[in-house]
Ligand binder design. Structure first.
Ligand code: GLP
Length: 250
């Protein structure tokens, strides 16, 4: 695992964007696995700036997002499709037909999971999978559970996740209780994982995920088994992990 520690959120965003930009430059038709949440927003802003400056070309890039809320369609301002358009796709020269997000409004969610999983297999392994991390160690919406679930599946969100996401909704009651998420299978098939973490509220989860036991109770811990993980975080988020004496790259 490569670990990069930065002073703050902005520096984390720049460093992580550089890692992703290098991927896009090295393979212009790469498949990027993308994530939502507040952590990657700065990274996306940097990529958009790189595209505006003419340094990055997304015209052949393909993307597949991790997850979507059940019950929200892509025009809902809290849907992850809307988030991706607003934070990235509307600002880069990507063909939206090459961007994929599970359909949270599908009439049959189980069938939608099967469709998305088949699509992921057809697209092939992501060249780079971007991940954030929930406070309970969730990746995508793979919540703590008794077992790791490999394929795309419907998940009941935990209280912790509903509470964390409530800040984006006018009323807590409006926060969806279910989501569709890529499972750990497609995440682990990615050739390279780029995880971004920021803030002191993530430090316990980051330490548990990378220095604790590998367990579905801490979903991100499965990344210890991946051969190529790049972890970019600010001091506050990495403080706990750094206490364990792990080597850092810069
Ligand atoms: C949501 C997303 C995750 C994301 C997490 C953390 O639950 N499904 O993919 O990693 O939020 O979000 P934030 O970056 O806002 O802390």
């Amino acid at each position: 695992m490569q670990i990069y520690v930065t002073n703050d959120y902005e520096a984390m965003s720049r460093r992580a964007a550089a890692v992703m930009a290098a991927q896009v430059i090295a393979k212009p038709d790469c498949l990027l696995g993308l994530a939502t949440g507040s952590t990657p927003v700065g990274l996306y802003r940097e990529l958009a700036a790189g595209c505006a400056a003419g340094d990055l070309d997304f015209s052949h890039v393909r993307t597949a997002n991790l997850d979507e809320y059940a019950g929200l369609d892509g025009t809902h301002d809290q849907s992850y499709r809307y988030f991706m358009n607003k934070n990235l796709f509307d600002h880069i020269n990507i063909d939206k037909a090459n961007t994929h997000v599970p359909n949270g409004k599908a009439p049959d969610l189980e069938a939608e999971c099967r469709r998305y999983e088949a699509l992921l297999k057809e697209l092939g392994p992501a060249d780079m999978q971007l991940l954030g991390m929930g406070h309970n160690g969730h990746i995508g919406f793979n919540e703590p559970a008794d077992a790791f679930i490999a394929p795309t599946h419907v998940v009941e969100l935990t209280e912790s996740t509903i509470n964390a996401n409530a800040r984006f909704f006018a009323d807590r009651e409006e926060v969806p209780k279910k989501a569709l998420t890529m499972g750990v299978g497609a995440i682990m098939r990615a050739k390279r994982i780029l995880m971004v973490v920021s803030g002191a509220d993530k430090t316990a989860a980051v330490k548990a995920a990378f220095a604790g036991p590998i367990t579905p109770r801490m979903p991100a811990s499965i990344l210890q088994l991946h051969p190529d993980v790049v972890l970019v975080g600010d001091q506050a988020a990495l403080a706990g992990l750094l206490e364990t004496g792990v080597a850092v790259c810069g």
